[in-house]
Design a protein around this ligand. Structure first.
Ligand SMILES: *Cc1c(COP(=O)(O)O)cnc(C)c1O
Length: 460
């Protein structure tokens, strides 16, 4: 039975959404060349394109916006953010940046260039792009269990430790610039990384003298999973677990548009205030982002972000949030719909290859399912599969992704139980007619980097 954990808040402000007819939606999606990023949001009923920057801020955060200090240098809001960051992560150096990928642009060139490799459990798309922009190559090294969506196993986001060591030895340690642990593992289905695995990854890094960097947009969700599922952590607070997670790494970058529940923002941090990377970080920040006491953010944004770091790590909030994905998962279990199991932190990743086996990876089954969901119920999702993976930068060939997921990313504090029922009904209705969906897609135009945001498609 599906169990919905009630909201630990009440709604103070609402936003009207409109419902188009199926015919109108079919027209709208065709006009975007079948790219859901091309839709106007007002033509979407339930927007699950991303959980990034789409959360609802609290009255506390809106109050913080009014208190923002807009000084160019040394603003009070900057210091509030620094204090919050030190308190939450236990790191000595905290740096605002305008969003997650800005942190990548600031840190990665310090460790990567042509001929180097970066290894991660799984690189997120912008993270992979920023590795490649330095000239380096990005290698994924997730455990095998992550590649079997139907198997319910805890901590499917983990790094494959023996494989990591083998990679370091095969590539030559001098060619490895950075080890990046993505928590939670977004592209593998929002799956968490266990404390044991963070510790083991850290030990490998120490053994070879490599930097361990956390790409930690969803660190709070990861901490909640550790508390729920990892032996020995049930009686620890989320706060203690977060501190322990970060104690194993050297530095982090984080898109605050996720677990810090702001609409724009990012943070990076370095554990040791004397770390040799800090002068380079400050220099890159000044060049690309702005002076280091604002890092591309307005004072009010830093104020809301400082508050959001605490709200996003509140255990009642996390229980409700993870509960929403679990609720949808339970409805799909009853219908025999396969998804990356268990439910991830920020949503559900539907196995489109299982639902549409007649469509091969190079005709993008997860994108086909995303288009069907929009036409069926006005739900906007996205492809996390071969369409997103793009082409091999060396050969230009389409990459075959390990997964063909259609991602239901759940915005924080935005949708209610009835919306989740509609999501399940739409998927079930498509599953029942899935065998009639015969045609896949082909790309008619694509940009060289991060193509899925802009590519044009048509049905074959
Ligand atoms: C969102 C995200 C990023 C990029 O952050 P932006 O704020 O979108 O620039 C990087 N890594 C992971 C794991 C993410 O989820």
């Amino acid at each position: 039975m599906a169990n919905y954990i009630p909201e630990p808040f009440r709604i103070k402000m609402v936003e009207k959404i409109k419902m188009l007819t199926k015919e109108e939606r079919a027209e709208k999606i065709k006009a975007t060349d079948y790219n859901l990023f091309g839709l106007r949001s007002e033509d979407v009923y339930i927007d699950l394109l991303t959980d990034s920057g789409t959360g609802a801020m609290s009255s506390e955060q809106w109050g913080g916006l009014m208190r923002g200090d807009e000084a160019y240098a040394g603003s009070k809001s900057y210091y509030n953010l620094i204090e919050a960051g030190k308190e939450i992560f236990g790191y000595e150096y905290i740096q605002p940046v305008h969003q997650g990928r800005a942190g990548e642009q600031v840190i990665f060139p310090l460790y990567l260039d042509k001929g180097k490799f970066a290894i991660s459990n799984t690189f997120f798309d912008t993270t992979r792009a920023h590795v490649e922009l330095t000239g380096a190559r990005a290698i994924d090294c997730v455990i095998e269990a992550a590649k079997n969506p139907a198997v319910r196993a805890p901590f499917k986001g983990n790094m494959d430790i023996p494989k990591l060591e083998k990679l370091i030895n095969d590539l030559g340690v001098e060619n490895v610039g950075l080890i990046v642990l993505t928590i939670t593992n977004n592209s593998a289905g929002g799956q968490p990384v266990s404390m044991e695995n963070i510790r083991a990854t850290s030990e490998v890094c120490k053994k070879y003298g490599l930097i361990l960097e956390l790409d930690c947009a969803r660190f709070a969700e990861n901490a909640y999973f550790i508390k729920r599922d990892e032996p020995g952590y049930q009686n620890k607070s989320i706060h203690e677990i977060v501190r322990e997670m970060f104690s194993h790494a050297d530095m982090f970058h984080m898109s605050s548009k996720k677990d810090a529940i702001v609409n724009m923002g990012g943070v990076l941090g370095v554990k040791d205030a004397n770390h040799p990377a800090i002068p380079g970080i400050k220099a890159n920040c000044v060049s690309y982002e702005g002076f280091y006491t604002y890092g591309g953010l307005s004072g009010r944004d830093m104020e809301a972000l400082a508050i959001g770091l605490f709200e996003g790590t509140d255990e009642d909030f996390l229980r409700y949030r993870i509960g929403q994905a679990e609720y949808l998962a339970a409805l799909l279990d009853e219908a025999g719909i396969i998804y990356q199991s268990p439910a991830g932190g920020h949503g559900l990743f539907i196995d489109a290859a299982a639902m549409l086996p007649q469509i091969p990876y190079y005709e993008f089954p997860a994108q086909v399912l995303a288009i069907e969901l929009y036409k069926e119920a006005g739900i906007r999702t996205c492809d996390i599969g071969s369409f997103m993976m793009g082409n091999n930068p060396d050969t230009g060939e389409q990459i075959k992704s390990d997964f063909e997921f259609t991602r239901f990313a759940i915005p924080r504090r935005v949708y209610t139980q009835a919306h989740f029922d509609i999501m399940a009904e739409a998927l079930i209705s498509i599953k029942n007619r899935a065998h009639t969906i015969k045609r896949g897609l082909k790309i008619t135009w694509e940009p060289p980097v991060l193509r899925h945001f802009q590519a044009k498609l048509e049905y074959i």
